[in-house]
Design a protein around this ligand. Structure first.
Ligand code: C2E
Ligand code: MG
Ligand code: MG
Length: 675
C-alpha cells in the first residue's frame, strides 16, 4: 500500500486508470479504413479503366471497318473468293487494318460464314458466337474475350464484331482481333495513376487531421486525469479522500493473497479545530489542515494510506502496525507529529489529535465495522486524552459493554475486585518505600482481568467513583495492616478525572483516612497528566484541597501527553512519574534517555520527586540511578503482588548496589528476594 495518492491498485485502479489510448486507436482505425478504402478504390478503378480500354478497342474496330468497307463488293459475301480477289483483300487489310495490336481480321457473311480472313485457314469456317453475330447484324458493335494462338503462343484477344452495309443493301460483319495485353496494361497504368493521386489526397488529409486529433486526445486525457484525481483526492490537502480510503480498505480486506487480512484503521480528529476556525478565520483553518495533512503524510510509510475523511477528520490505513502495541506506537508518533507547534497568521498554534484504532481481524473484517469501531475508539480517546484501541467496553451500544457494566457494578458491590500492589523502591537507599495499588477483576467467566479490560466500561457506565472508593477503602485496610506489621510503607492510589470532578472527593478521602487510622502523609494520589490538563483550573483547585488534607499528589504517566513541565509547574504536585515508554527505550533511544535525564533534573528544580515507571532491566536501573532518579517501579523491582506478599518482600528486600560495580545486576529483584 502506498500513501496519499499512490498509483492505485485494484478497485482504485479502475477509478484511476489511464483513459484509453485514443491516438493509437484512431491511428490504427483510420489506417485500416484507409487501407481497405484504397484497395476497393484500386479494384474499382481497374475495372473502370479496363471497360474504357475495351470500349476504345471496339470503337477502333468499327472505325477500321469503315476504312475497308468501301472496297468490299456484294459478291464478296456470296460466293467463295477467287485467289486474285483474296490477294487483293489481303493487301487491303494489311495496309488498312492490321497493325502491331490488331492481330487478325475477317469478313463474315450474315449467315456467319467467313468469306475472307487474314488467317487463311479460317476462310470457309463459321463464326462461333452466333449471339454476338446476330447482335452485330442488328447494327451494334459488340466484342468478346477469346484465347487465340498467335505465332505459336496462346494470347488473350479482344474480338470485336463491327457491322457494315454495302451499296446494294447487303450487310456483313467485320471481325477484328486485338491483342489484349497492351489494352490491359494501359488500363492498369491509368488505374494506378488515378489511385495513387486519390490515395495521396487521402493521406495528406489524414496527416493534416492527425496533429489535431492528437492534441484533442491529449487534452481529453489530461481532463480525464484531473477528473480521476479529483474523484479520489481531497482538494484542500491533496490527500486521498473518503472514497479512495473506503475503496482501498475494501481492497485490502478482500485481497486474496493472504488468509486473515491484518490491518489497522486509525481515526484522527483534531481537538479544538473549530476554535481556530472561529478565532482566526477559515483561511487559517484551511492552512492548519494542510499543515497537519502534510505532517501525517510525512510520518507514514509506503504501507500506509492517509486520507482526509472530511472536516478535521483524518483516516489512516496501515498494513504495518497491525498489532495493538504497534498501532498504539504509531498513533503516538502521529500524535506527536500533529502536536508540533505551527505558526499560522503570526499565531503559534498547538493542536492536538484524538486517535481511535480498530484492528482487523480482531475488531471486524468489514469496512463498516472497522470504521465504526475506530470511530468509537476515537471518542474514547477524546475522553481519556490518549490514543485508544477499540474494545467492546468502549462501545456505548455494544451489548457486551452494557453487560460488562452491570457485572462490574455487581462485582464492586460484592467486593469481587482484587487489589495488587506494585512495590516502589527508593533508589537512593535501596529499600521498598511503598506500593501502588492496581485493581484487578477476578471475572467468573473471563478470568483474571487487568484494568485495561474494564476501566473504560467503568468510566462510561458511571462506575468510576464507586471503583475509586472501593480501591481506596481496600488499600487503606491493607496499608493499615502493613503499618501494624511495622512496615513503613506508603501507598499510591490511582484517581480518575471523574473523582476530581466531584466536589465531595477530598472529604471522602479525609473520612476514609480517619476511619482506618491512616496518616494522610502515607497516601499518594496518582492523577494522569491528561486528566490534569483537560480542566486545569478545576483540577488545580481540587488538588489544593487534597493537599490541604495532607495527602501527596503524583502526576502519572508523564510524557505521553502533550504537556510540558512548565504547564504543570503551578499544580500543587509532589511527585512526577515518568511514563514507562520512555524508561523502557532509554538504552536504545538516546533522545528518550535525554528526555528522562532532563525531566529528572527539571522536576528536581521544581521540588518534585521522580518515580520512573517500567524499570525492566538492570541497564535501566543503573542509568536512572546515575541520573539521580528517586524512586523506581517496574518488573525488575517487583511485579504487582497480592497485599500479603508485599510484607515479606518489603522486609526481606535488601537492595545491594555493590553488584553494580561488578557489572552484574544492580539489585536483587524483589521476587528473588522473596523466594
Ligand atoms: P499506571 O498507574 O501507570 O500503573 C502502572 C502500570 O504499569 C500497571 O499496569 C503495572 O502493572 C504496569 N507495570 C509496572 N511495571 C511495569 C514494567 O516493568 N513493565 C511493564 N510493561 N509494565 C509495568 P496495570 O496494572 O495494567 O494498570 C494499568 C493502568 O490502569 C494503570 O497505569 C492506571 O492508570 C490504571 N489503574 C490501575 N488500577 C487503577 C485504579 O484502581 N483506579 C484507577 N482510576 N486506575 C487504575
Ligand atoms: Mg498509576
Ligand atoms: Mg503510570
Amino acid at each position: 500500500m502506498s500513501k496519499a495518492a499512490p498509483a492505485p491498485a485494484g478497485g482504485a485502479a479502475t477509478l484511476g486508470q489511464r483513459p484509453p489510448r485514443l491516438v493509437l486507436r484512431v491511428i490504427l482505425f483510420s489506417a485500416l479504413t484507409l487501407g481497405i478504402g484504397a484497395a476497393t478504390l484500386l479494384v474499382f478503378i481497374r475495372h473502370f479503366e479496363r471497360g474504357r480500354a475495351e470500349h476504345a478497342a471496339t470503337l477502333h474496330a468499327s472505325i477500321v471497318a469503315q476504312a475497308v468497307v468501301d472496297r468490299l463488293q456484294p459478291e464478296d459475301l456470296r460466293a467463295p473468293l477467287s485467289v486474285d480477289r483474296q490477294d487483293e483483300l489481303e493487301r487491303l487489310f494489311v495496309a488498312r487494318v492490321l497493325d502491331k495490336e490488331t492481330l487478325a481480321s475477317a469478313v463474315a457473311a450474315p449467315d456467319g460464314r467467313i468469306v475472307f480472313a487474314t488467317a487463311v485457314e479460317q476462310i470457309g469456317t463459321r463464326l462461333s458466337s452466333r449471339d454476338l453475330l446476330a447482335e452485330a447484324l442488328r447494327g451494334r458493335v459488340t466484342s468478346e474475350m477469346v484465347s487465340a494462338e498467335v505465332g505459336g503462343t496462346p494470347r488473350r484477344v479482344l474480338r470485336a464484331y463491327a457491322p457494315f452495309r454495302l451499296a446494294d443493301g447487303s450487310s456483313g460483319v467485320l471481325v477484328v482481333d486485338k491483342d489484349y495485353a497492351p489494352i490491359a496494361s494501359a488500363a492498369r497504368r491509368a488505374a494506378i495513376t488515378v489511385a495513387t493521386v486519390l490515395e495521396l489526397v487521402l493521406l495528406s488529409l489524414w496527416l493534416c487531421l492527425f496533429p489535431i486529433m492528437r492534441s484533442v486526445t491529449r487534452r481529453m486525457n489530461r481532463q480525464l486525469d484531473t477528473i480521476a484525481h479529483q474523484a479520489l483526492h481531497d482538494d484542500l490537502t491533496g490527500l486521498a479522500n473518503r472514497t479512495q480510503f473506503a475503496t482501498r480498505l475494501d481492497e485490502a480486506l478482500t485481497s486474496e493473497s493472504r488468509e486473515a487480512v491484518a490491518l489497522a484503521v486509525f481515526f484522527i480528529d483534531l481537538e479544538r479545530f473549530k476554535e481556530v476556525n472561529d478565532a482566526l478565520g477559515h483561511d487559517c483553518g484551511n492552512e492548519l489542515l494542510t499543515v497537519v495533512a502534510k505532517r501525517l503524510d510525512d510520518a507514514l510509510g509506503t504501507r500506509e494510506l492517509v486520507a482526509r475523511l472530511g472536516g478535521d477528520e483524518f483516516g489512516v490505513l496501515s498494513e504495518r502496525a497491525v498489532t495493538e502495541e504497534a498501532a498504539l506506537a504509531l498513533a503516538e508518533e502521529l500524535r506527536a507529529a500533529i502536536t508540533q507547534p505551527c505558526e499560522i497568521a503570526g499565531v503559534s498554534l498547538e493542536v492536538q489529535g484524538s486517535i481511535g484504532i480498530a484492528l482487523s481481524p480482531a475488531h471486524g473484517t468489514s469496512r463498516d465495522e472497522l470504521l465504526r469501531r475506530a470511530d468509537i475508539a476515537m471518542y474514547a480517546a477524546k475522553r481519556l486524552g490518549a490514543p485508544q484501541v477499540f474494545s467492546p467496553g468502549l462501545d456505548d451500544n455494544s451489548p457486551l459493554r452494557l453487560a460488562m457494566t452491570g457485572e462490574l457494578r455487581r462485582a464492586i458491590e460484592r467486593s469481587e475486585l482484587v487489589i495488587h500492589y506494585q512495590p516502589q523502591v527508593d533508589l537512593h537507599r535501596g529499600v521498598v518505600r511503598g506500593a501502588e495499588a492496581l485493581v484487578r477483576w477476578r471475572h467468573p467467566t473471563r478470568g483474571f482481568l487487568g484494568p485495561d479490560a474494564f476501566l473504560a466500561a467503568a468510566e462510561q457506565g458511571g462506575l468510576m467513583r464507586n471503583l475509586t472508593r472501593y480501591v481506596l477503602e481496600a488499600s487503606l485496610v491493607q496499608l493499615r495492616m502493613w503499618r501494624n506489621a511495622g512496615l513503613e510503607l506508603d501507598l499510591a492510589v490511582n484517581v480518575s478525572g471523574r473523582d476530581l470532578a466531584d466536589a465531595r472527593f477530598p472529604e471522602e478521602v479525609a473520612q476514609a483516612l480517619a476511619e482506618h487510622g491512616v496518616d494522610p502523609s502515607w497516601l499518594e494520589l496518582e492523577i494522569t497528566e491528561s486528566v490534569l490538563l483537560s480542566d486545569r483550573v478545576r483540577a488545580s483547585r481540587m488538588l489544593e484541597r487534597l493537599v490541604d488534607e495532607g495527602v501527596r499528589i503524583a502526576i502519572d504517566d508523564f510524557g505521553v501527553g502533550y504537556s510540558s513541565l512548565g504547564q504543570l509547574k503551578n499544580l500543587p504536585a509532589h511527585v512526577l512519574k515518568i511514563d514507562r515508554s520512555f524508561v523502557s527505550s532509554m538504552e536504545s533511544d538516546r533522545s528518550d534517555e535525554a528526555i528522562v535525564n532532563s525531566t529528572i533534573e527539571l522536576a528536581h528544580r521544581l521540588g518534585l520527586k521522580v518515580i520512573a515507571e517500567g524499570v525492566e532491566a538492570p541497564e535501566h536501573l543503573s542509568r536512572l540511578r546515575a541520573a539521580g532518579c528517586d524512586i523506581g517501579q517496574g518488573h525488575l523491582l517487583g511485579r504487582p503482588l497480592p497485599g500479603h506478599d508485599v510484607v515479606p518482600a518489603a522486609t526481606k528486600l535488601r537492595v545491594t548496589w555493590e553488584a553494580e560495580e561488578d557489572g552484574g545486576a544492580d539489585v536483587v529483584p524483589l521476587r528473588r528476594a522473596v523466594g
